[in-house]
Design a protein around this ligand. Structure first.
Ligand SMILES: [Fe+2]
Ligand SMILES: [Fe+2]
Length: 347
C-alpha cells in the first residue's frame, strides 16, 4: 500500500516537473529569449531544428560545386581569387552549421551519412548547371541574395547557436551578393556578347531563385509550427515577395530584364505582382530529377571518400597533441602547434 502511494507521488512529481519545463520553454520563446543547448526543449523542436540546420549545412557544401566549376576558367586573376574566397566561405558556413547542429546531440558524421544516402535534402537550386561564366555572377546576385533574404531573420531564431552562426554567415553572404552583382554589371556593360551572356544567366536563374523560398504558404508542411517556435519569423510567400521587390530596381540598374512578363508594380499593394511559379518543376528537382542531382551527390560522396585520409590524419594529430594543451602552458603549446601545422602545410 505504502509502495503504491509512493509510486503515485513520484509519478505526479515527474509530471509536474515535465510541465514546468515545458512552461519555462514556452515562456522563454514568448519572451524572445534564446534557447541554449543545455536547456530543456521539446523533442519535436530539437528534431525540427536538426532537420533545418542539416539541410542548411548540406546546401552550403553542395553549393560549392556549381561555382567551383568555374575556378579554373575565371577570366582574370582577380575574379579567380574572389571566386576561390567565396567558395571557401561556403565551406566555412557548412562548418559553422554542422557544429551548431552538433550542440543538439547529433554528429556531423551522422548528418553527412544521411546526405550521402539521400535521406536529407539540400536546396533545390544547386541542382541546376552553371553553363557560362555569367552564371557565377547570377548566382551571387540572385542565389546568395535570396539566401540573405531567407537568413537575416534567422539571426533572431529562438535557438542560440543557430542564431549566432547566422550573424557571421549573413555578413559573408552579403559580400557574395555584392560580388555577383558587380560581376554581372561588368558583363552587362561589356560587349554585346557579354551583355547577352549576363541576360541568359539571369533568364535561367531567376525562377529557380524564387523557388528557394519553398512552397507556397498553404502547402508548406513545417511553416506554422516553426513560426510558433520562432525558428522561422516570416512566411515563405512573404520572403519571396520581399526578394522580388528588392531585385526589380537592381535589375534596372544592371540593365537586365527579369524573365517574367507578368512582373509589374501594384500601386494598391505597394508591391510587385509576379507570374506563376512552375511548382511541378520544383517538385521534380526535389524528387531527384533535376538536371544535376546525380552529379552533385556522386561528386560529394567521392570528395568525402577521397578526404578520408585528411580526417584520419587530423584525428591522429589531435590525439597526439591533446595532452600538451592541458599542461597549463597553453600559450607556448598553441604557438608550437601552429608552427607544426604551418610546417606540415608547406611540406
Ligand atoms: Fe553560404
Ligand atoms: Fe554565399
Amino acid at each position: 500500500m505504502t509502495a503504491v502511494t509512493t509510486g503515485t507521488a513520484v509519478e505526479a512529481t515527474v509530471e509536474t516537473t515535465a510541465e514546468a519545463y515545458e512552461a519555462a520553454f514556452d515562456a522563454a520563446v514568448a519572451a524572445d529569449e534564446r534557447i541554449e543547448p543545455r536547456d530543456w526543449m521539446p523533442e519535436a523542436y530539437r528534431a525540427s531544428l536538426v532537420r533545418q540546420m542539416a539541410q542548411h549545412a548540406h546546401s552550403e557544401i553542395i553549393g560549392m560545386q556549381p561555382e567551383a566549376n568555374w575556378i579554373t576558367r575565371a577570366p582574370s586573376l582577380r575574379r579567380k581569387a574572389i571566386l576561390m574566397a567565396k567558395v571557401q566561405d561556403e565551406a566555412g558556413h557548412g562548418l559553422y552549421l554542422y557544429s551548431a547542429a552538433e550542440t543538439l546531440g547529433t554528429s556531423r558524421t551522422e548528418l553527412l551519412d544521411k546526405l550521402h544516402a539521400g535521406r536529407q535534402k539540400y536546396s533545390s537550386i544547386f541542382n541546376y548547371p552553371t553553363l557560362t561564366w555569367a552564371d557565377v555572377g547570377a548566382i551571387g546576385w540572385l542565389v546568395d541574395g535570396a539566401a540573405i533574404t531567407n537568413q537575416v531573420p534567422l539571426c533572431r531564431c529562438s535557438y542560440g547557436p543557430y542564431a549566432r552562426a547566422m550573424v557571421r554567415i549573413c555578413k559573408e553572404e552579403s559580400f557574395h551578393q555584392r560580388q555577383g552583382y558587380e560581376s554581372l554589371l561588368a558583363l552587362s556593360r561589356g560587349t554585346p556578347a557579354q551583355h547577352e551572356m549576363a541576360q541568359d544567366a539571369v533568364n535561367r536563374w531567376w525562377w529557380p531563385s524564387l523557388m528557394m523560398f519553398g512552397p507556397p504558404d498553404d502547402e508548406s508542411a513545417h511553416s506554422a509550427q516553426s513560426m510558433t517556435w520562432k525558428i522561422k519569423r516570416h512566411s515563405n510567400d512573404e520572403l519571396r515577395q520581399r526578394f522580388v521587390d528588392i531585385c526589380v530596381p537592381q535589375a534596372e540598374t544592371l540593365g537586365l530584364t527579369l524573365p517574367d512578363p507578368d512582373l509589374k508594380w501594384n500601386e494598391e499593394r505597394g508591391q510587385h505582382d509576379f507570374g506563376a511559379i512552375d511548382w511541378d518543376e520544383f517538385r521534380e528537382v526535389l524528387k531527384g530529377n533535376g538536371p544535376c542531382n546525380e552529379q552533385r551527390i556522386s561528386q560529394r560522396r567521392r570528395a568525402h571518400e577521397e578526404g578520408a585520409w585528411v580526417r584520419e590524419a587530423a584525428t591522429a594529430y589531435a590525439a597526439k597533441h591533446s595532452g600538451k594543451g592541458a599542461s597549463g602552458d597553453s600559450g607556448t603549446g598553441g604557438a608550437r602547434s601552429a608552427r607544426l601545422v604551418e610546417k606540415e602545410a608547406t611540406a
